[in-house]
Design a protein around this ligand. Structure first.
Ligand code: GTP
Length: 366
């Protein structure tokens, strides 16, 4: 079975991290998000994936130099201009020679959905397209998708006002499509599948179905969700261990390869220490992920935070509910808190304090 993964977006909500690394290649518990998604697709019988690219396409080619991920063959479809989700699907399908039923997923959705069951559901109903729906507590910020008992979609309701939503099931960004859907998408135009193509399909009864499954599902696209997804992976939401080959030093404390932890350091679960990470005397690492070769100097604190590879948290500095990009440095006594995101190779000066900030605010686009 073939799949298209939509990975062409700029990931603006995760800037400045996404200035240098496209969102799907950012790590989730030290494994590139896209690798987790490709593993999930492969477990459900996908053996060929077309990556629908636009933003920083070379990063993907560099990440998978053999054009394969395990048993999955990768094809690259690079858009000259952003074509939106539907335009991207049509273009990728043409580039990848897709002429049979296929799967599409957004390149930022981490889920434990049983895709095999979804494909079966799609086939049994003879659907032209099937959408996975997930429930949310407050649907007012989403588009909700009411269905009949058979699963047939009856409407799309964008951002229903509080208390007036016909349902709280939202489009979760995984689709099974017949090639016929491609003919509904005008070529080389910017078109959204969720806002344009799917609503138009309601004209033909029996074409569009949805599978409601309340399974683990998270969109990693905001700093809050990016941090939360990693904690979820560490606590087993999508299966343990969080990383192939990691070992559990103490309940909920994982390490990859050799790490150095001073006798007087505190490491509290759920935490993952990447290969070569170094936690100094009296330092605290709690509910966090340290990437490969990170250094947490004596007396520093990393709490509910994600520190990407080769970053350094100097003596007395703290990262609380923060994301620190690869090779960034928090100099002595610097403080980043409350979903502050520090870009790659950024130096946060000694003693400076940031709360809810993006550091730096702007960097030159590559
Ligand atoms: P934000 O800018 O933070 O909203 O992130 P994003 O750029 O990823 O946009 P969004 O989360 O709405 O996109 C959902 C999925 O579609 C992501 O996996 C994107 O990579 C992808 N995507 C969005 N726009 C395009 C596009 O024009 N072309 C392609 N190929 N993919 C796209």
């Amino acid at each position: 079975m073939k799949a298209i993964v939509l990975v062409g977006g700029e990931g603006t909500r995760l800037r400045p991290l996404t200035y240098t690394t496209p969102k799907p290649l950012l790590p989730i518990a030290n494994v590139a998000f896209l690798e987790r998604q490709l593993s999930w697709l492969a477990r459900h019988g996908v053996d060929e994936v077309v990556l629908s690219l636009g933003y920083l396409p070379d990063a993907f080619v560099d990440h998978f130099p053999s054009g394969r991920f395990g048993d999955v063959k990768l094809t690259y479809a690079v858009e000259d201009e952003p074509l939106g989700t539907a335009g991207g699907i049509r273009f990728a399908a043409e580039q990848g020679g897709i002429d049979d039923r296929f799967v599409v997923c957004n390149g930022d959705v981490l889920t434990a959905l049983d895709l095999t069951e979804m494909v079966r559901f799609h086939d049994e109903r003879g659907a032209e397209a099937t959408i996975h729906l997930c429930p949310v507590d407050d649907p007012s910020a989403f588009g909700v998708v009411p269905t009949l008992a058979t699963g047939e979609v009856v409407a799309f309701v964008e951002k229903p006002s509080a208390g007036h939503a016909p349902t709280n099931w939202i489009n979760a960004g995984t689709y099974v499509l017949e090639p016929a859907v491609l003919e509904r998408i005008p070529p080389r135009l910017t078109v959204s599948i969720e806002r344009d193509t799917f609503p138009r399909m309601l004209d033909r009864p029996g074409a569009l179905f949805a599978l409601q499954r309340d399974v683990y599902w998270i969109d990693i696209g905001t700093p809050e969700m990016y941090v939360e997804a990693q904690r979820d992976v560490l606590t087993g939401c999508i299966g343990l261990p969080p990383v192939d080959g990691a070992t559990e030093l103490a309940p909920g404390v994982w390490q990859q390869g050799g790490v150095s932890v001073a006798a007087t350091a505190r490491v509290e679960p759920p935490t993952l220490l990447g290969t070569g990470s170094d936690v100094g005397a009296g330092a605290l690492v709690s509910g966090s992920v340290l990437g490969r070769d990170c250094v947490v100097e004596p007396g520093a604190r990393v709490v509910r935070s994600i520190v990407l590879e080769r970053a350094r948290v100097a003596s007395g500095a703290e990262a609380l509910d923060a994301v620190v990009g690869s090779e960034a440095v928090l100099e002595a006594d610097a403080s980043v808190r409350d979903l502050t995101v520090v870009g790659a190779a950024t130096v946060v000066p000694s003693g400076s304090r940031f709360s809810g900030a993006r550091v730096p605010l702007q960097v030159a686009q590559p």
